[in-house]
Design a protein around this ligand. Structure first.
Ligand SMILES: Nc1ncnc2c1ncn2[C@@H]1O[C@H](COP(=O)(O)OP(=O)(O)OP(=O)(O)O)[C@@H](O)[C@H]1O
Ligand SMILES: [Mg+2]
Length: 175
């Protein structure tokens, strides 16, 4: 499995209103455990204010990845899908984890949520914001990590990770 240690840092230089992709890293995930491990690596290394926008079909492994992020942050509580609750907040780890699932919403409904309060960290403690079904978002943050999970076979997945106006400070690939 390939893995990456990724720090999603807001750039100090002004950015245009349309984030530009840096590059796309493709990671093969042999099984759910590999997806969990990728999440753990992210949870151990991401900085406060990082936004992870997750896309991928039903059952692609988005929640599994966020469960790994929770473990990497040191959250012992089980991270569960917020499909019905819309958002779950976990505050016991290194940083707060804000886990959202927009599956049941249309873009105008998403706009009404003022999600920027989470990534601006003004009204909430800055943490990691992980959003499933990010394709429902009518607007995006200035900087974020896009993770697109796709099926290969029954238990294998591919993660395409693209940082938008983020710095990837370290990347480790192993097989
Ligand atoms: N390589 C893999 N990565 C992640 N999950 C896998 C993998 N292989 C099998 N699975 C299984 O697929 C399912 C993925 O479910 P999960 O809830 O993480 O997907 P999801 O993308 O969040 O789905 P939804 O769109 O319904 O929110 C789990 O049952 C998991 O065990
Ligand atoms: Mg899910």
């Amino acid at each position: 499995m390939s893995t990456a240690i990724t720090y999603c840092l807001k750039l100090l230089t002004p950015v245009s209103h349309l984030p530009s992709p840096n590059f796309t890293m493709k990671i093969f995930l042999a099984d759910a455990e590999a997806t969990l491990r990728l999440g753990i690596t992210l949870g151990e290394s991401l900085s406060a204010g990082s936004v992870i926008l997750l896309e991928g079909d039903l059952g692609a492994g988005k929640t599994t990845l966020v469960q790994g992020i929770g473990k990497g942050l040191g959250i012992t509580e089980l991270v569960v899908s917020p499909t019905f609750t819309l958002i779950n907040e976990y505050t016991e780890g290194r940083l707060p984890l804000y886990h959202l699932d927009l599956y049941r919403l249309e873009p105008p409904e998403v706009a009404a949520l003022n999600l920027e309060t989470y990534w601006e960290g003004i009204e909430v403690i800055p943490g990691i914001v992980a959003i499933e079904w990010a394709e429902r978002m009518p607007y995006k943050p200035d900087s974020y990590l896009s993770i697109n999970l796709t099926y290969e076979h029954e238990v294998t997945r591919q993660a395409e990770i693209t940082p938008f106006n983020c710095a990837i400070s370290e990347a480790i690939a192993s097989t």
